[in-house]
Design a protein around this ligand. Structure first.
Ligand SMILES: [Zn+2]
Length: 176
């Protein structure tokens, strides 16, 4: 698999007028000298759910799709345009686990890069401590293949590829 590249390397032509003169303008934007179009590579927001079972183990999802197919992740996903982080989390939990969120409390945020279609998508992952309506009969759906429970100190970090998820786990281990 080829290494995902920074958007500055991927965006070569002006998306507005098609000019080949699109130039880098700072670390995270490109500007077209021909038509004045100026595009910023903004951070995408994403949410992650920290769900404990009664034994103090956390729920991790085994990914069914690339990137990182077969590896572990916290349940969650990208925030849609015009959606709140809380709405995104509620929607993702419904889509992935088929249940509702009973209670959520903001925990922490960590930046990440998410390789997609050969590009590094920059994200800010917002983690919430989540209580579900039920922990029984959950059915993994959407982009997850299975759900597994681990004590936070027992997770194999090599199986948790996203740096932001590693950081969430590290912070959980400092607090528990
Ligand atoms: Zn242009």
């Amino acid at each position: 698999m080829t290494q995902a590249q920074h958007p500055n390397k991927i965006f070569k032509f002006c998306p507005s007028c098609g000019s080949t003169q699109l130039r880098q303008s700072g670390d995270r934007s490109k500007k077209c000298p021909h038509c004045g179009f100026h595009y910023f590579f903004n951070t995408s927001a994403a949410v992650a759910a920290i769900i404990f079972d009664p034994e103090g183990k956390i729920m991790l999802a085994r990914r069914a799709v690339d990137p990182h197919k077969g590896q572990l992740d916290f349940p969650g996903g990208f925030v849609d345009p015009m959606e709140t982080a809380e709405e995104a989390l509620t929607r993702e939990i419904q889509e992935e686990l088929g249940t509702s969120v009973k209670k959520m409390t903001y925990f922490a945020s960590f930046p990440n890069t998410y390789p997609f279609a050969g590009m590094e998508v920059m994200t800010l992952d917002l983690a919430f401590l989540v209580e579900l309506e039920t922990l029984t009969g959950l059915k993994p759906m959407d982009d997850i293949a299975s759900i597994e429970f681990y004590h936070p100190s027992e997770v194999n970090l090599d199986e948790l590829p996203a740096q932001s998820m590693k950081n969430i786990l590290k912070k959980l281990n400092e607090h528990t």
